[in-house]
Design a protein around this ligand. Structure first.
Ligand code: RIB
Ligand code: CA
Length: 310
């Protein structure tokens, strides 16, 4: 089993990613750390616990991390995700406890307590928690096996500004720290996730599972997709975050290349832009594997069969 920690800002797509991870026996979820992003931290941590309870996994350790970016004011996305952050299904208030340890302390403790190269970090939101751990503990980065993150955009541009994707935009300094940390890094940007649309047929396949979790996933997506369908005029919306987990389970669903990625932190106009040297026109070090394409049918097939297990 592959040991992972999920860092997340639920967010309907984050919730589906968490469910996919909890439904997959190949993965051992050591814990889930919440970060401020789509909605403020007091809501993202509750949303993680609601999702774990939906999956029947009240054993999972849920930790609250950073409540704001390293240097900037928090920017949230209630206009996309609703006021709770996971509008759609009516999920009960959680009864499982929030662990008292800070999420960043949990990340550092787990990485330092396990052998080097054991833990994969799955980042589904702004990178504040991961960057804080990297900056605080010099031994952290060398011991992390891999980071797989959803964030950025190159050919696809941005979704919160013309230049930047939300997760990177919210905390560009954190993203720059992660990209410079020398950790084995896989980035799944909008260029990839925009090819994984929640079409009507795919949403109905979740509904057809006929379980409370299947219905909740269909309801989560049903709410989440309305914003992007109106914006892009597409049948369905990009289901971003579960791509991170799917990449661990079935990497051959994705293709990409290992290139240099730098983050814009100086310009207000292009703050949070991921500058991807896709054509290798510079001699900057190739610090990330950037995934540009996904087999969408295979992705949703994997998702549907795994969600049916919960
Ligand atoms: O831009 C998409 C990303 O921002 C996803 O992770 C979504 O959950 C939001 O956090
Ligand atoms: Ca997210």
């Amino acid at each position: 089993m592959r040991k992972i920690i999920i860092d997340t800002d639920p967010g309907q797509d984050d919730a589906v990613a968490i469910l996919l991870a909890l439904a997959s026996r190949e993965l051992e979820v050591l814990g889930i750390t919440a970060v401020a992003g789509n909605v403020p931290l007091p809501l993202t941590e509750v949303n993680v616990r609601k999702t774990c309870e939906l999956a029947g996994r009240t054993d999972i350790g849920v930790y609250a991390g950073a409540d704001r970016p390293l240097e900037r004011a928090l920017v949230t996305a209630e206009h996309v995700h609703g006021k709770t952050g996971i509008d759609g299904p009516d999920l009960p208030e959680p009864t499982m406890p929030l662990r008292t340890q800070h999420g960043v302390d949990f990340l550092i403790e787990q990485v330092m307590d396990h052998a080097p190269g054991t833990i994969t970090l799955c980042a589904l939101g702004p990178l504040t928690n991961l960057a804080t751990a990297i900056r605080r503990e010099p031994e952290f980065a060398p011991r992390v096996a891999e980071i797989v993150l959803m964030g950025g955009g190159y050919f696809e541009g941005g979704n919160i500004t013309p230049a930047a994707e939300f997760n990177i935009y919210v905390d560009p300094e954190a993203a720059a720290t992660v990209c410079a940390a020398g950790i084995d890094l896989t980035i799944i940007p909008l260029d990839c996730t925009h090819k994984a649309l929640t079409t009507r047929a795919r949403v109905e396949a979740f509904r057809a599972i006929g379980t409370p979790v299947g219905d909740a996933v269909a309801d989560l997506i049903g709410f989440f997709e309305r914003f992007d369908e109106a914006k892009y005029g597409t049948d369905g919306a990009p289901l971003h975050d579960p791509c991170v987990i799917a990449q661990l389970l079935q990497p051959d669903l994705f293709t990409g290349r290992t290139v240099n990625v730098e983050i814009e932190t100086g310009s207000e106009l292009t703050r949070g832009a991921t500058v991807v040297d896709w054509w290798r026109v510079t001699d900057r070090p190739a610090n990330a594997t950037v995934l540009g394409d996904v087999d969408a049918e295979g992705y949703f097939k994997l998702l549907t069969e795994r969600i049916a297990r919960l």
